[in-house]
Design a protein around this ligand. Sequence first.
Ligand code: GLC
Ligand code: CA
Length: 514
Amino acid sequence: MTQWLKNAIFYEIYPQSFMDANDDGIGDLQGIISKLDYIRELGCNAIWINPCFDSPFMDAGYDVADYYKIAPRYGTNEDARQLFDEAHKRGMHVLLDLVPGHTSHLHPWFLESMKAERNEYTDRYVWTDDIWNAPEGFATLRGISDRDGCAVTNFFSTQPALNYGFYHITEKWQQSPEDEGPRKTLEEVIHIIRFWLEMGCDGFRVDMAGSLVKNDPDSLGTIALWQKVRAFLDREFPDAAFVSEWGEPDKSLMGGFHMDFLLHFGPSHYNDLFRCEHPYFARDGKGVVSDFVKKYVENYTKTDGRGLICIPSGNHDMNRLSFQLDEEERKLAFAFLLSMPGAPFLYYGDEIGMNYLKDLKSLEGGYSRTGSRTPMQWDNSQPNAGFSRAEASKLYLPQDPREDRPAVSTELQREDSLLNEIRKLIGIRQSHIALQNEGAIRFVDTGREYPLAYVRSAGEERILAVINPSETEVSVKLPEEAVRCLYAYDGKEVTWDGDEAAVPGVSAGFYLLK
Ligand code: GLC
Ligand code: CA
C-alpha cells in the first residue's frame, strides 16, 4: 500500500462552493489554496476535488469538454500546479476527479464522432449503426448527427458513453474491448492520468468506475480494464492513489483500485446507517446495523487486505448527514466513521453541520442534490459568510438563510461543537495505529442491534470501539475488560462487571485492550 494512504484522511471539496478568491461568486482553486491550513488543522491530510475541468456544466463538471484544461471559472493549469505544491508543502495529498465513462456531448471528440465520414473519433463513443433501431437496455442520443446511428449515453442525455467495448457481444455494432477503438479510448485515459500526475496531482477519484465495459454483468471486462491501469500506475507512479465510485469493493479492489467507496447505491447497506426511514445513528434506536455489518464483513473477507473500503460522511450526490441526524447523533456517527478501517472521507461542511437546503432550484444538473452543494460557511460576521465578496445574488448557489446557521468561526469557538469533536476524534485516530486505515477489524457479536462493537488491531495494539446511538442503556457481553479508556463521548464510559458490560445510551467509546 502506498505509504501516505496508511493514515490518509480525506476532505471532499466541491470546488464551486468552497471558497471564492476572486469575488465572482464561484469557488476556485486559489480559494482552495487559501483554506489548506484550515483543512490541515481539522486533521485531514488529503483532499478530493470534484471535477474542475473545462465543461459546459450540464452536470456540474461531470460532463468534461477538455480533460487537459482547468475550467476558467476555477483558474488555470498553473493554479492547479500551485495547489499541488502548496498541499505537498503541508504534507497533504490531492486527488482530482476522473470521469472516464463519458464526456460532454460538446466535447470536440464527440463532435467529430457525429460526422458521417470516418475519422479518428468514429469509434471513441458507443454508436449503433441504425438510427431507426434504438438499442434495448440503453439510453441514447438520436437524430442529432449526420452519422447514421444512436449514441449510447451513460447518465444524463448530455453524457455520451465513451467506448471501452462490450464483454458479451450481442449486436454487430458492438465492439470488443480488444478492438482498436476501445483500446485507443483507454490509451487516451492513461494519457490524461499521466498528464495530471506529472503535474503533481497524487491520484484520482474515479467516477462511475464500475460501468465502463458494457454488457458486463459480473464486471469481468471492467475489472480487467482497471488492472491494466493499475499496472501502468505501478510502473510509472507507484505512489499514486485511486479511489473508485463503484460501491462493490470485492470487484473494484480486485481491479486494482487502492480504495473503494461504500455509497448510497449498491449492495452495501450504507444508507441504513445515516439515510433511511430509521437511520441506525438516530437516537430512537429503531435502526438496523446488522445487514451493513454482514455485507461489510463479506467484502472485508473477500478483499483480504487488498485495499481500503472507504465510508464517506456524505458527498455531492446525497442529502447531507444533518438532514436526518441532529448534532449529537452526528457526533456518534463521526465516532464510527473515524474509527473504522479504510480512509475516512469528510464532505466539506459536514464538519460544521451544514444544512441540506431542501427546496433549492436545481443548478447545473443538481436536482435533489443541489441542497447539499451550497457555499461553505466560514464566518457569519462577514458578507456571504466569508465565502465570497460578490453580491449575494451572484453566488453560485444561495446560502443557508437561517440566522443561526453554523460557520467555521463560531464552531471553532464553541467547545462542544461537532467540529471540535471531529478534531479530537481525528487526533485519537492518528495517534493509534490500530485505528488507522489498515488496522484490522473484528466485529463483536453483542446479540442485538445496539450497541455496535468492534475490535481494531495492528501489531500489539488492540482497541475496542463501542457505539450505542440509541438513548437506552444496554447491558451486553463484551469480550474482555478494557485496560484504559481512550475516548468517551460526553464522558459516558462503558462499565464492566466481569464480561457483562453496561453501555450508556447515546454513547461512543474507544477502549484499549490488553
Ligand atoms: C457520479 C457523480 C455524479 C455525476 C454522475 C455522472 O455519480 O458523483 O455527481 O452526476 O456520476 O457522471
Ligand atoms: Ca471565483
